[in-house]
Design a protein around this ligand. Structure first.
Ligand SMILES: [Zn+2]
Length: 67
């Protein structure tokens, strides 16, 4: 799975963010999603932390290093 905007390979957590935050069919990396949703990347990282804390299985602490 790669970003529909820039072609960057998506990490596990980025795919999780797409499931949670991006209702569009196209999947986006964190940087492109931040632009699309008009939020900072830092805010997206915070959301990952929140979902992790909530036990959401779409996210993992170790994601292969691209976040
Ligand atoms: Zn992208």
């Amino acid at each position: 799975m790669t970003c529909a905007q820039c072609g960057k390979p998506l990490s596990f957590n980025e795919m999780g963010l797409n499931r949670k935050l991006n209702a569009n069919a196209e999947k986006l990396c964190m940087a492109c999603m931040a632009v699309r949703l008009n939020v900072g990347e830092e805010r997206l990282r915070e959301k990952i932390g929140e979902y992790l804390a909530a036990g959401c299985l779409y996210f993992a602490k170790e994601d292969g290093g691209s976040v």
